[in-house]
Design a protein around this ligand. Sequence first.
Ligand code: PRT
Ligand code: ZN
Length: 226
Amino acid sequence: VDKSSSRLTIAIQKSGRLSKESIGLLQACGFKFSLHEARLLAHSSNQPVDLLRVRDDDIPGLIMDGVVDLGLVGENVLEEARLERVATNLPSEFERLRALDFGQCRLSIAVPKEDDYNGIADLNSKRIATTYPYLLQSYLQRQGVKASNAVLTGSVEVAPRAGLADAVCDLVSTGATLEANGLVEKDIIFRSQAQLIQRPEPLSAVKQAIVDQLLPRIDGVQMARE
Ligand code: PRT
Ligand code: ZN
C-alpha cells in the first residue's frame, strides 16, 4: 500500500460472511470495482478508491496502524483486537464512522444441554473454549468469575464433547450450530454488527472529500432498506 497515494484504501473481508454485503454496499454507493479472485487489491474504475481484500482479523490492525484508510469489520473482531492491542501496548485508536446493517450476531456462553447451569458463577474454575479470549475475560472480570480459556481458532462448538472445555463462548446467529452440538445458549456477552471504521490520523483533503461523499450515500442506502 502506497501511503503517499491520494487514493482512498478500504479494507474489506476477502471471503466470508461480510464479503458480499461489504462490496454490495460500496457498489450501491456508486463505486465501480472489477474483482479478480486472486488479487489482493481492486481499483475502482470511477473513483480514486482501492479495495484491499484480506482476512477479517487483519482489518482492525491495518486501521489502528494507519496502513489503510477505511475498513469494514464486525464489532466482535474489532473489540477483540482493540482489547488485545491495549494489553500488548500496540496502537489501538480508530474512528467509528457508521454502524452497518449487516453481520448481526452475538457472542454467547453455551453449555452442554445435560448440564445443570444456574448462571455465570457456575463457571468459576471451569475452562471455556473460545476464539475471543479478551472479550470473554473482560466479561468474566466484570462478573467476578475466574475461569480459564481454551483458545481455538475454529471448531469451538466441539470442544466440550472433545473434553477440551466445560463450556464455549462462541458467535451465534440462528443457534443451529449450538443445537447440532448439544449446547444451549445461556449468557449473551456481546452483540455485534458490521462497522465502518477509519484510521485515527486525519485523512488528506482529497481522501476526506471522498469520505464526506460516501457517508451520506451509506445513510441513504441503509435508510432505503430499513
Ligand atoms: O477468513 P476470515 O478470517 O476472513 O473469516 P472468518 O472465518 O474469521 O469469519 P466469518 O466469515 O465466518 O465471519 C465474519 C464475521 O461475520 C464475524 O466476525 C461476525 O462479525 C459475522 N457473523 C455473523 C458471524 C456469524 N454471523 C456467525 N454465525 N460469524 C460467524 N458465525 C459462525 C459462528 O462462529 C458459528 O460457527 O456461524 C456459526 C453459528 O451460526 P448459527 O447460525 O448456527 O448460530
Ligand atoms: Zn477471521
